[in-house]
Write a protein that binds this ligand. Structure first.
Ligand SMILES: Nc1ncnc2c1ncn2[C@@H]1O[C@H](COP(=O)(O)OP(=O)(O)OP(=O)(O)O)[C@@H](O)[C@H]1O
Ligand SMILES: [Mg+2]
Length: 140
């Protein structure tokens, strides 16, 4: 199914709804789409849906931010690989260890950069900008 969004708010709502299904389990969400297509906006809504109150800012420079999921013992990882160029860097920032812990709930922007490291169970979320405010969002 393809979601059509016509505002940042709507994109956040789509993500917030999806988050309800993920509140109680570990998983990996792999986001792909051009610059400005709405990946961080989606991450903000997703975190809100998990009950996370902290402000979600793009981890473009730090690559990884972590937030405790309220009411659980689990951690939400928000990873942004935009600045990552070579697979060697991925090893050095410890992503493999984070991916291996099945209790973690992980959302990755620019996930195509580590496609080979992602398990088959990964939910891929695609973003396409169709106009100024228009976005298509779909899952594979
Ligand atoms: N329907 C929409 N859904 C999401 N964002 C929208 C929409 N319409 C407009 N926007 C705007 O587009 C921008 C999307 O930026 P965002 O940082 O979420 O993209 P991104 O995919 O994370 O980009 P980057 O690859 O640079 O990290 C925001 O400024 C947001 O307000
Ligand atoms: Mg982003």
């Amino acid at each position: 199914m393809v979601h059509k969004s016509s505002s940042a708010y709507q994109t956040q709502k789509i993500a917030q709804n999806l988050a309800k299904k993920y509140k109680l389990k570990g998983d990996i969400l792999a986001l792909t789409g051009d610059l400005g297509s709405g990946k961080t906006t989606f991450a903000q809504g997703f975190a809100k849906g998990l009950g996370i109150k902290e402000k979600i800012i793009s981890p473009t420079f730090v690559l990884i931010r972590q937030h405790k999921i309220p009411g659980t013992q689990r951690t939400f990882y928000h990873i942004d690989l935009y600045r990552l160029d070579i697979i060697e860097d991925i090893k050095s920032i410890g992503i493999k260890e984070i991916l291996e812990d099945k209790d973690n709930l992980i959302l990755i922007e620019w996930a195509e950069k580590i496609e080979k490291l992602l398990p088959d169970s990964t939910l891929k979320i695609h973003f396409e900008k169709t106009s100024d405010l228009g976005r298509k969002i779909w899952y594979t």
